[in-house]
Design a protein around this ligand. Structure first.
Ligand SMILES: [Ca+2]
Ligand SMILES: [Ca+2]
Length: 463
């Protein structure tokens, strides 16, 4: 090779690296589909997330791979589903279970990116285990929780500090919260000059419990806040598999809150606290996006925002996640590609799950595909949101319990073979289980074919 062609080749490589888009990767925690991103009739106000969707594509039927922090995040970041890794629970060492696989930030790092992560990206244990700092050039784990000195919610039972809710008395306390700090660290990276493209991840912990937010976010809501629709007989048609999985999940109702009263510690106050935490998280998203816009990087930065799973606030007589129903699995999911302004503000209504994130970001950034991931890219849907996707969304909770979501139906099969089927065109609350009705045999078999044939045993942590 002549000297000139070598110089030319180097120039091409440098130009290519310079052209690679940055990635701003925003994880929110436990945010459900009650936010205004899903429509102005929804109760929880998230104007910044809604504004972000106007810059890109909103996936209106997006589902987590598993309705718990650890298996959901492990699937997104390793690219492998729970039934292939055996990562089903929050205590599983996901990194040991996926040893040898390149996590999403590692993959970007191997391909010339500077990678930085702040706050909750991977699920982690109290001491920071599972955070996997090796995935990053620059990682800082969540700051300690800023906690009130006394119980705030006025409910008769305490549960634990982690299930308390209420308002910070002073709005100045906002800057002491871990989310405020995580976002500030991310903003510092945005404000730096970079000689490499960056993959910058910021984990926002709200609206995860404990449900504390500065008072001004509580004041966005009053006693007229819409409460979830509940049906006292809803569990009558649940199959044995559901009863077994969900039977122990009723702790929140027992003594924790005054379900039918309006005074302190009421169910309504709890809903308002969750709402306030959604709006507080939305403010964090707004700070990040404002900083990106001020940084000069916005025109060349792909943004992805997702929540690790949804959250029941009493729907289906359930509180929390840890279920295969719609409310625990349906999540906000937005991808912004500023190089493709034609798609700005569009919605993709096809069901997708969050295993799409890994291959989609790799594709959008022009990196070679990682063949060892389970998801499919939705880069095509960013240009053409109506383009049909050849497979439904798949969700897993625990060993061999799965849900399949198509545009109209949710089909659930538990490890014992028992089933649920819900028709979302007729029954968005999932009150009527159609699985035992012979009229739906064909619908069920059309969905059951997407269930995994093999299910990895639950991974056992190394001692
Ligand atoms: Ca979570
Ligand atoms: Ca029912």
């Amino acid at each position: 090779m002549s000297r000139y062609s070598l110089i030319f080749l180097l120039l091409v490589l440098v130009a290519r690296a310079a052209a690679l888009p940055n990635v701003l990767f925003i994880a929110v925690d436990d945010m459900n589909d009650g936010i205004t991103l899903f429509g102005e009739n929804r109760p929880f106000k998230t104007p910044n997330i809604k504004a972000l969707a106007r810059r890109g594509v909103f996936f209106s039927r997006a589902y987590c791979a598993s309705a718990a922090c650890n298996p959901s995040r492990a699937a997104i970041l390793s690219g492998k589903r729970p039934h292939n890794t055996g990562v089903y629970g929050n205590d599983t060492d996901w990194r040991a279970a996926t040893r040898g696989r390149l996590t999403l930030p590692e993959y970007f790092g191997r391909h010339g990116y500077y990678t930085a992560g702040f706050g909750k990206i991977y699920h982690h244990k109290g001491d920071g285990a599972f955070n996997d700092p090796a995935s990053w050039d620059n990682f800082r784990k969540m700051d300690p929780q800023y906690m009130p000195t006394k119980k705030l919610n006025g409910a008769p039972g305490y549960g634990s500090r982690n299930t308390d809710w209420g308002a910070w008395p002073k709005d100045s306390e906002e800057s002491k919260t871990m989310d405020y700090k995580s976002v500030s660290y991310a903003i510092e990276v945005l404000q730096q000059q970079h000689n490499k493209p960056f993959f910058l991840a910021c984990g926002i912990f709200k609206p995860h419990s404990p449900f504390f937010a500065p008072n001004k976010y509580h004041e966005l809501y009053d006693e007229k806040i819409v409460l979830p629709q509940r049906n006292a007989d809803d569990w009558n048609d649940l199959p044995a598999g559901a009863a077994r999985l969900m039977g122990s999940k009723k702790w929140f109702w027992k003594g924790m809150m005054r379900v039918d009263e309006q005074k302190g510690g009421s169910y309504r106050d709890f809903i308002r606290a969750y709402a306030a935490c959604c709006s507080f998280a939305d403010m964090s998203v707004g700070r990040l996006i404002s900083a990106l816009d001020a940084s000069g990087h916005a025109d060349n930065t792909v943004i992805v925002l997702w929540s690790d799973h949804g959250f029941h606030l009493g729907e289906k007589d359930h509180i929390e996640k840890f279920a295969l129903w719609e409310k625990a699995n349906h999540v906000p999911f937005i991808i912004v590609d500023p190089r493709n302004p034609g798609s700005a503000g569009k919605t993709c209504d096809h069901p997708v799950d969050l295993t799409t994130i890994y291959p989609t970001l790799v594709k959008l950034c022009g990196l070679p595909a990682n063949a060892n991931t389970d998801g499919i890219s939705v880069a095509t849907q960013l240009r053409d949101p109506d383009r049909v996707i050849g497979r439904p969304a798949l969700m897993t909770y625990g060993f061999k319990n799965h849900a399949v979501r198509t545009s109209r139906w949710r089909y659930i099969r538990y490890a014992d073979g028992t089933e649920e089927l819900y028709d979302h065109d007729q029954d968005p609350n999932e009150w009527t289980n159609l699985a035992l009705d012979p009229a739906y045999t064909q619908i069920i078999s059309n969905h059951a074919k997407w269930l995994p044939g093999k299910n990895a045993k639950a991974y056992r942590n190394p001692r």
